[in-house]
Structure formats: C-alpha cells, structure tokens
Design a protein around this ligand. Structure first.
Ligand code: NAD
Length: 359
C-alpha cells in the first residue's frame, strides 16, 4: 500500500485562499516526486464560515479536522466581521479549533535567509545565520486561567499552570531540540511568579530525560532584550502562553517580513499548520501576497505530522533556491530581486524547484 494522507484544508478569508492554493501546488509537486498521495478535504472557518453557516467554526469542520492526518490553514478575519459579537467573530473560530484539537504546543521557527538579511531592521552581523525555534504553550496560562472577569472597577485574569501542562510542552521542546542543536532555554519570571517557579521545577525535571540537551533558564525581560542583542545564542526557546505570544512576535521580526514565517501547533493527536500572519485584507485579491510562510507551514506539516522528512527538506531547499536566484514577491522586492513575481508565479517557481530536488 502506498502512503496516502488526508489533509483538511481551511483557506479562510482575505489572502487565505490565494496562499493556500500555492501551498497545495507545491505539495502536489513534492508528493509526486516522493511517491506519496495527498487527499485534500476543504473545510470552512472564519468570516466565510460565518457568512455561509452562521458560525465561525462549524461542527463539520471540527469533525473533518479530527478525522484527517493534519490541518493546513491560511488565515481568517476582516473588517466586515469586526462588529459581530465575540462568539461569532472569525478569531473565536480559530481559538476554538485550537482548543478542540488540543494543540498545546506552538512551534515557530525563525530562520533568516542570507538573501534577505537586509530586510531586517537589525544589523547584518547580529542577524546573519539566526536559526531558532520558539515553543510556546498555547492552550493554558493567563489566556485561559480561571477565575477571570470584571467586578465594578476591578478586572482580573489568572495565570495558572498544572504540572502536567508544563511537562507535555516541555517534552515537545526537548524532542525538537534533539533534532536541532540540543539547546533549550526556558523563559519564565520565576523571581516574581509562583507559577513560574513551578514551571522552572518541572522543566528542570523533564530535562533529566534528555541528558544530551543543555538546559538554561532566563527571565522573560532579559529574554526580550537578548533576542535583539544576540539572537544567535538561542536554539530552542521554551515558554508559556503570554510570554511566548510576545517573544515569538518579537523573534519573527528578526527575519524582516511577516510573509516568510510558518508555524505548527501540535498536540498528542492533531496538528494545525499555518502562516503566522493574518488575512491581510489590504492586499487580498491582488495576487501580491507572499506565499512563503504558508508553503513553509506545509513543509512543517510534512515533517511533524506525516513524517515525510525528505519531502519537507525538498520544500525548504526549493524556497531557498528561488530566493537565491532572485525571485521575489512584492513585499520583499527591494532586497536583491532579479524578477518580481505574483503569488501564483512564485508558487509555480517553488513547485518547479521541488521537481529538481535530489534529497
Ligand atoms: P496581517 O498579518 O493580516 O497584516 C499585517 C500587514 O502585513 C499588512 O500590511 C499585510 O498586507 C502584510 N502581510 C501579511 N501577510 C502577508 C503576506 N503573506 N505577504 C505580504 N504581506 C503580508 O495583520 P492585520 O492587518 O493586523 O490583520 C488583518 C486581519 O487578520 C484581522 O482581521 C485580524 O484579526 C486577522 N488575523 C488573523 C490571524 C490568523 O488567521 N491566524 C492572525 C493575525 C491576524
């Protein structure tokens, strides 16, 4: 029996459909080179789901996602849905999907392409060669803790983590570090917060199962500074939900363009793969969106969800080759462009390189 995988595809709103179409083009190219089959199942989420079904995350989408090998997602949101009550807004659909799938670890690699070092606001010697991964706890901590609310002129949220929540995300960080440079830096605020003290104890305990990985701890305020001062010191950064939210956005800007960065959200059973950017309504429908972040998310899907590591490496190689040869979408056109391409042309170029991959 050949390898056949079922992928739920959620295109979403704005540029979502444009960038997902290019990721599928590239996936089709790589699956034919590497001899496996992909079956795509379309599903609705976000504003478009609200327009069609009256809710941002229809039950059918959850069922499709849970019965497939992975979920590939574009982006959701747009002004026309911003005035809806919170439970009907596109973003609520995405938060609920993450919760439904139990994807507790968010992985955001930040790799600076040599060809695009100038795109960063930081100096070239600080930025050249950066290759780090932020592992953020995604479905616990301050954003989900109880009690929360508003009483008169007071409002409050609770930062809470249980040992098991910390342990499972720590394992993801150490396992990924084993496949990288074997360094984990755990980021917390243990000098002030009780919850961070527990975080530090549990991470230290999990580290004993990975003797090859070196573990360090850093306070979050220092980590925010070190990311700008000397980002090359980091391999894997492990942190909780709110610290990870802020640090991963900071880290993403090292690369200079939001259109370049992929992410994976994984749990024990399911995985959701998506670019870090939003639906970019300002450029939707113009054929100028950069599809790299989504194509690279598809590559992460091949590696983490399907175990198709060679296929994933081929995509990463093809993206680098296309950049090396001077192909650029409009957002990065001022950095070494020989040819400026539309979204669709750029997808075809990467698919074409994939066909030449010898990995
Ligand atoms: P955004 O990430 O959509 O866009 C920010 C800026 O980056 C815009 O100028 C946009 O044109 C540009 N940009 C983003 N992706 C690009 C790409 N692939 N190529 C070239 N340029 C790109 O953030 P925003 O404008 O704050 O939000 C727009 C909508 O997206 C809102 O409704 C927001 O709620 C939603 N959003 C969704 C997600 C998600 O789906 N995961 C994440 C963030 C924001």
């Amino acid at each position: 029996m050949g390898r056949n995988y079922r992928i739920t595809v959620i295109k979403g709103d704005g540029i979502g459909p444009e960038i997902i179409d290019e990721a599928i083009k590239v996936l089709d190219a790589v699956s034919s080179v590497k001899g496996f089959e992909l079956t795509y199942i379309d599903a609705l989420m976000g504003g478009i789901a609200y327009d069609v079904t009256g809710e941002p995350l229809p039950r059918e989408t959850i069922e499709k996602a849970k019965s497939s090998d992975a979920v590939l997602f574009g982006a959701i949101g747009g002004e026309q849905w911003d005035t809806l009550p919170r439970q009907l807004r596109p973003e609520t659909g995405l938060l609920n999907l993450r919760k439904e799938l139990g994807v507790y670890a968010n992985l955001r690699p930040v790799k600076v392409f040599d060809e695009l070092v100038e795109a960063s606001t930081l100096k070239e010697d600080v930025i050249r060669g950066v290759d780090l991964l932020v592992v953020r706890e995604l479905i616990g901590g301050l954003y989900f803790g109880e009690p929360k609310g508003k009483e008169g002129n007071r409002a409050f949220n609770t930062m809470v983590y249980s040992e098991s929540e910390i342990r499972r995300v720590a394992h993801v960080a150490f396992q990924t570090a084993m496949k990288r440079n074997k360094k984990v830096c755990s980021v917390d605020k243990a000098n002030v917060l009780d919850v961070s003290q527990l975080w530090r104890e549990v991470v230290t305990d999990v580290a004993k199962e990975y003797p090859e990985v070196s573990l360090s701890h850093m306070y979050v305020d220092n980590a925010a500074m070190q990311l700008i001062r000397d980002p090359k010191q980091f391999d894997v950064i492990l942190t909780g939900n709110i610290f990870g939210d802020i640090l991963s956005d900071e880290a993403s800007m090292l690369s200079g363009s939001i259109g370049l960065l992929p992410s994976a959200s994984i749990g024990d059973k399911f995985g959701l793969y998506e670019p870090i950017h939003g639906s970019a309504p300002d450029i939707a429908g113009q054929g100028i969106a950069n599809p790299i972040a989504t194509i690279a998310s598809a590559s992460m899907m091949l590696k983490y969800a399907l175990g198709e590591v060679e296929a994933s490496e081929c995509i990463d190689w093809a993206i680098r080759e296309a950049l090396k040869d001077g192909y650029r979408t409009k957002d990065i056109s001022q950095y070494g462009a020989k040819e400026i391409c539309s979204t669709s042309e750029f997808g075809s170029i990467i698919a074409n390189y994939v066909g030449k991959c010898r990995k």
